[in-house]
Design a protein around this ligand. Structure first.
Ligand SMILES: [Zn+2]
Length: 457
């Protein structure tokens, strides 16, 4: 549930790396990192594991020595960095949760000034906003190069025209002449987006599955991409088939989160996902018996972010670590995230489809909310359920309503204070939820495919 990010910059962002790698020093480091990434994916599984363990030992030592948070955690658990030699040893360490990121200062390594670091902000599908900080090298690896490697492996070519459908777009109205990567805002009327995208004639599409399904059907043959990537939401089988049928090409899904960026990506040679194991550790804690869920709770450890180390970070998803090798020959192990985050698109009485991100972006900056959930209870009725903090008051309530009104086409949302927001039967929180029956609205990415992949970014 670490997704639902405010800025969906897209996993094709790696191909835009040249725009930020202009300084010679950074260029040199980027070239070396890129060479290592491309080489390391082809190493044997044993060699990848050895590299992973080596990097794990280094970041664990750094986390203990340089952050107040992990120093206290290790000491309380009675362990030292020397006790963690390989991923299996992480089990002795407590889990880091989203709550721990609410006050990130104790997680930022000493000597790193937050105002000089890159940052990623998420609202999270639990309705809790968090900020993660990255140093320049971590940003380069996580934000660009790991994604670049995966997209190249899936057949994206550096000269392809790539359309990103995302939340925030800085350059939509003035794309550079000859730009190969163009971002389109999902908050604009979808017919306009289809027309603009048609003029751009992209060979690669990247976006949220629920949005791409709708876009593909409205485009009705006017878009003919060679490759389609989804991320950021659960990709259920129905949505996958809708996109594939409308665009006539296969969909490849990407799993990741704002806090550590891309975690795993679907390989054209397999239904499963390659884990970026040279720079991440993924654990699947065994699930509770009798829940009917496959796999275990997923925890991720980033091996590249020395500005704000995250060890055993709970992603809020479940999944499996697979034993088999991929026919493509890469040494990166295969995983299958089985239950992902889930959001609904709202359809109002006037037929407008409201992306969930438009709603969360409109209100997540309000203080005074411990947690929230936006629920459509009828075609003309939307409710914001808020678990308040002490500073939640009538002005916040009014502010929420005013911020949502334009997004909801003039409809006034009710704000209701509640003691708690219970998770779904699956154990997941759904931050935007529609109770309007199917048929009364667009099919959102809410159904789950048993054993099938979720998505992320
Ligand atoms: Zn593969």
């Amino acid at each position: 549930m670490a997704i639902l990010c405010r800025v969906q910059t897209g996993g094709c962002g790696g191909l835009g790396a040249s725009a930020v790698i202009r300084r010679p020093l950074v260029l040199g480091r980027a070239a070396y990192r890129c060479y290592r990434l491309l080489r390391d994916q082809r190493r044997s599984p044993e060699a990848v594991r050895a590299l992973q363990s080596q990097r794990l030992r280094a970041i664990v030592r750094h986390a203990y020595e340089r952050t107040e948070f992990y120093r206290e955690r290790f000491d309380a658990a009675g362990i030292t960095p020397a006790d963690i030699r390989e991923p299996a040893d992480l089990s002795g360490l407590p889990i880091t949760g989203r709550e721990d990121l609410r006050s990130p200062n104790s997680l930022i390594a000493r000597g790193r000034a937050p105002d000089r670091l890159k940052r990623s902000v998420t609202s999270g599908s639990s309705g809790r906003r968090t900020t993660t900080y990255f140093d320049e090298d971590a940003w380069l690896v996580g934000k660009y190069l790991i994604k670049l490697r995966a997209r190249l492996a899936c057949g994206v070519r550096p000269w392809d025209r790539i359309a990103l459908f995302q939340e925030e777009v800085l350059q939509e109205h003035r794309p550079p002449i000859g730009a190969r990567i163009r971002a389109f805002s999902i908050h604009r009327p979808i017919e306009d987006v289809v027309s603009q995208a048609e003029a751009f004639n992209p060979q690669v599409l990247y976006g949220f599955p629920g949005y791409l399904a709708r876009l593909a059907e409205i485009a009705h043959g006017r878009l003919a991409p060679r490759l389609v990537f989804t991320s950021g939401e659960l990709l259920d089988e129905v949505t996958r088939r809708r996109i594939e049928a409308a665009l006539g090409t296969r969909v490849l899904d990407v799993y990741g989160c704002t806090e550590v960026k891309e975690i795993a990506w679907q390989c054209p040679w397999s239904e499963a996902y390659h884990l970026n194991a040279d720079w991440l550790v993924l654990e699947a804690l065994p699930g509770q018996p009798g829940t009917g869920r496959r796999g275990g709770t997923l925890l991720v450890t980033s091996l590249f972010n020395y500005a704000m180390p995250l060890l055993r970070y709970a992603l809020g998803d479940t999944g499996e670590i697979l034993e088999q090798a991929c026919p493509c020959g890469r040494g990166l192990p295969l995983v299958r995230p089985t239950l992902g985050r889930s959001v609904d698109y709202l359809v109002l009485a006037d037929g407008a489809m409201i992306p969930p991100y438009a709603l969360t972006c409109a209100i997540e900056h309000f203080q005074g909310m411990r947690q929230y959930q936006i629920v459509q209870t009828a075609l003309d009725r939307v409710e914001v359920r808020v678990v308040p903090l002490v500073d939640f008051d009538d002005s916040t309530r009014l502010g929420i309503q005013q911020s949502l009104r334009p997004v909801l086409h003039g409809l006034t949302a009710e704000v209701r204070v509640v003691d708690e927001i219970p998770p779904e039967a699956s154990g997941k929180y759904r931050i935007v939820k529609s109770l309007v029956p199917e048929g009364g609205r667009a099919a959102g990415p809410q159904a789950r495919r048993p054993g099938g992949p979720p998505s992320g970014r």
